[in-house]
Design a protein around this ligand. Structure first.
Ligand code: EPU
Length: 431
């Protein structure tokens, strides 16, 4: 995939504000991947709409097909998935290792087929990314777990049994996976210390429309009363807007925008980010489903301290793009990453571009700004830092070459076309 060395070539504006126009936000990666996983729960098949054309979607559809599900791509952005009686519950190792959300499939598969086997999931390298929360919840639901040859074998021949589960840490995929597993369990399951991300609420709403009994999604306590089976009854799932993509576009516009409107988004899901940006001095107009950002040569941004937190706090997935904004803000900012143990390593490349960032420890840095950045050749280390590098390259003087574009394509559909449409100079090239 990378043998051809596909890269993005970005020509920076040395901080000049040139971007204009509107940029639409597409469906949320971290919502739709869970909806694909949910499709396994339904006996009558599921239709998904507003599905973004991103690599992680291709991986999950391949994984479902490999297990025997029928996946079809009807028209633009619409998929249907039918997991029938015959389903291979052994997840393909190579595919499952390529993205974290593969582990979410284990909940629906176990609930419906009473067994599943899978490897330790992959995904962006942000630290250890253990799955102990999933495994201890499964044990509480009566699942037998055998771990051998780097594979987990889970069985529940009599089905899952409802239980009270107190999550050790708030985990987004952990909450989603166990919530889905419990929809078909016998009796009542109570999830405590559940994650509260909007994607979880969206998933619970859809499951409830299809016959599940879930209460409390979006709060730390979710109660699920198991039902015998679920049917979508031809009601489609419509993917919500990606709040991380929207937030990244808003940050880009805060730095380089003359007048940019980010459309088809849900500002209510971005309150923490929007509050931070307005405190920094960004001129924002917040509508029902859009955010307009205006700036000119006189616009000055000021420093701010950022600490990532579970929703509704400042999202860890926006930490890297925000870092670029802080390199351009006057004064001293601090960034404290509290969710992942290794999500600040990308700052080393920003330092090479001229950013003044001091690493205090693996979780905390100090950023002094504003500093001019210089175009460089960089490798995208993960999805979100990859997008941050594109933003940094746009702010910098001269040309940058960003490699490992697969990491960006995993979560952003045709980013080069969409950014070019508002005047950002970016080209996909094979070197
Ligand atoms: N954790 C454990 N044990 C577990 C599960 C999680 O210790 O069994 C820890 C993690 O190591 C981390 C913390 O709990 O320190 C929170 O992790 P969480 O489980 O919430 O993360 P995730 O579910 O693996 C999802 C998103 C991430 C996003 C995080 C946090 C998906 C597919 N991924 O990951 O998205 O950063 O929640 O909001 O939904 C991305 O899209 O680029 C991305 C990395």
């Amino acid at each position: 995939m990378e043998s051809k060395r596909e890269v993005f070539v970005v020509r920076g504006t040395a901080g000049k504000r040139t971007l204009q126009g509107s940029i639409p936000v597409y469906g949320a990666k971290n919502a739709v991947l869970k909806a694909f996983a949910a499709s396994v729960l339904f006996e009558d098949g599921m239709t998904l709409q507003n599905v973004p054309a991103i690599e992680d979607v291709h991986r999950i559809t391949e994984l479902l097909e490999k297990s025997g599900a029928q996946v079809s791509f009807d028209k633009k952005r619409t998929y249907t998935v039918l997991a029938g009686k015959k389903f291979d519950t052994n997840l393909d190792t190579t595919l499952a290792k390529r993205f974290r959300a593969s582990v979410v499939l284990t909940g629906p598969i176990l609930a419906r087929y009473k067994k599943v086997s899978f490897p330790h999931p992959g995904g962006c390298v942000l630290g250890g990314r253990p799955i102990d929360v999933f495994l201890s919840a499964y044990e509480a639901l009566g699942v037998k777990i055998v771990h051998k040859s780097d594979r987990y074998f889970l069985t529940a021949p009599k089905g899952l049994q409802g239980a009270i589960i107190n999550f050790r840490v708030q985990s987004v995929t952990g909450t989603e996976t166990i919530m889905m597993a419990a929809t078909l369990a016998k009796g009542v399951t109570v999830l405590k210390n559940a994650a509260m991300e909007p994607e979880i609420v969206e998933l619970a709403n859809y499951l409830n429309q299809s016959g599940a009994k879930i209460e409390g999604a979006g709060t730390p306590t979710i109660t699920i009363t198991g039902v015998k089976s679920l049917r979508t009854n031809n009601v489609s799932y419509v993917t919500m807007p990606d709040r991380i993509e929207a937030g990244s576009f808003i940050i880009l516009a805060s730095l380089l925008g003359k007048d940019v409107t980010v459309t088809h988004c849900e500002p209510l899901h971005m309150e923490s980010l929007l509050q931070h940006l307005s405190m920094m001095g960004v001129d924002l107009t917040i509508g029902k489903d859009f955010v307009r950002v205006r700036g000119n040569a006189k616009t000055k941004l000021t420093s701010i301290d950022v600490k990532t937190h579970e929703y509704p706090g400042f999202p860890t997935d926006i930490q890297a793009p925000m870092m670029i904004a802080l390199t351009q803000a006057a004064g001293e900012s601090t960034v404290f990453e509290t969710i992942f143990e290794d999500r600040l390593r990308y700052v080393e490349s920003l330092k090479i571009m001229g950013a003044d960032v001091t690493t205090m420890n693996p979780l905390q840095v100090i950023v002094r700004g504003p500093r001019s950045l210089r175009g460089k050749e960089l490798e995208s280390p993960d999805l979100r830092a990859g997008l941050a590098y594109l933003i940094a390259a746009g702010v910098a003087e001269g040309e940058s070459i960003i490699g490992m574009v697969y990491n960006i394509d995993r979560g952003y559909e045709k980013i080069e076309d969409r950014l070019s449409a508002i005047g950002f100079s970016i080209q996909r090239k094979i070197l």
